[in-house]
Write a protein that binds this ligand. Structure first.
Ligand SMILES: Cc1cc2nc3c(=O)[nH]c(=O)nc-3n(C[C@H](O)[C@H](O)[C@H](O)COP(=O)(O)O)c2cc1C
Length: 137
């Protein structure tokens, strides 16, 4: 079965009062449902943006993206990188979560640019940071 990886960024619609409870709910559902679909990955919440990498069977990633893209807790869902993958970057994480990584926001903002202006270095940096965080946790 084809195996794919997808990275998107989005704009949070959560108020500071909602953040904690809603992000807890997202991560709880994600860990359960992603495990069922053999999808792994990582989610970053910067306070204003989300960035999420999903990897696994195409059908599973597609099903998740259908749910995720109509979720009112964020908008402007922008896929910045997708393609076939040969190995998982997060094999041990149904969904690794890193909250309030404000420092990371500087790499997320530029990714909303149109595809030809999207800096590859920001994409690589973001994925690299996700990996560093999982290694140190
Ligand atoms: C930023 C963000 C990331 C999410 N990531 C996941 C995820 O990785 N897996 C998942 O099952 N749901 C995730 N969700 C929740 C889904 O949007 C959805 O609520 C949930 O999968 C239930 O699907 P349904 O609404 O189609 O029943 C995420 C939501 C948001 C706002």
């Amino acid at each position: 079965m084809a195996f794919t990886s997808l990275l998107y960024v989005s704009v949070s619609t959560l108020t500071p009062e909602q953040e904690r409870e809603e992000v807890d709910k997202i991560v709880g559902v994600a860990q359960r449902r992603n495990a069922e679909l053999s999808v792994t990955g990582a989610l970053i919440f910067t306070g204003t943006h989300f960035a999420q990498l999903l990897e696994g069977p195409v059908d599973g990633v597609d099903a998740l993206m259908r749910s995720i893209s109509r979720d009112p807790r964020h908008n402007s869902v922008t896929v910045v990188d997708t393609g076939e993958a040969t190995r998982r970057l997060f094999p041990d994480w149904s969904m690794a979560y890193f909250g309030h990584s404000r420092y990371i926001d500087r790499f997320v903002g530029p990714l909303f640019a149109s595809s030809e202006d999207r800096p590859r270095t920001s994409i690589d940096r973001l994925i690299g940071l996700m990996q560093e965080f999982t290694l140190s946790n």
